[in-house]
Design a protein. Structure first.
Length: 124
């Protein structure tokens, strides 16, 4: 009798795991342009967390080539491969210092133009 109870409970949990794997979706990082703009603007007003910023910089964006180019500019600014010194950590909770935040303004302008020129599509 105990065997059947253990068998039924085990089969039930295996069935639940199978359903979760079959109908669940894989986790992915797919930020959109407005989210990235919010992260970059959040550097100035201290609403962007270091973890969210590191995720943006460290993980390639394969679904949007223009956004990937923006991300690469941010990485180059962060690491100093764009002809400037590497971005330094700011004080009082800022992720970057004042000079680096001023350099971010160029990226903000470029991203805002990119968002403005994005065609509006709707899937029905």
């Amino acid at each position: 009798m105990e065997f059947f109870i253990v068998f039924i409970v085990s089969a039930f949990f295996l069935l639940l795991i199978g359903v979760a794997l079959a109908f669940g979706k894989t986790p992915s990082y797919r930020p959109d342009r407005s989210y990235v703009l919010g992260l970059i603007k959040g550097i100035e007003n201290q609403t962007t967390t270091p973890q969210a910023w590191d995720m943006l910089i460290g993980y390639p964006i394969s679904h949007d080539p223009e956004l990937e180019e923006i991300r690469r500019q941010l990485v180059a600014m962060h690491e100093g491969t764009d002809g400037y010194k590497p971005s330094r950590e700011g004080i009082n909770g800022y992720i970057y210092d004042r000079e680096s935040r001023e350099r971010l303004q160029q990226v903000i302008i470029k991203l805002e133009k990119l968002i403005e020129n994005t065609p509006v599509t709707r899937e029905f």
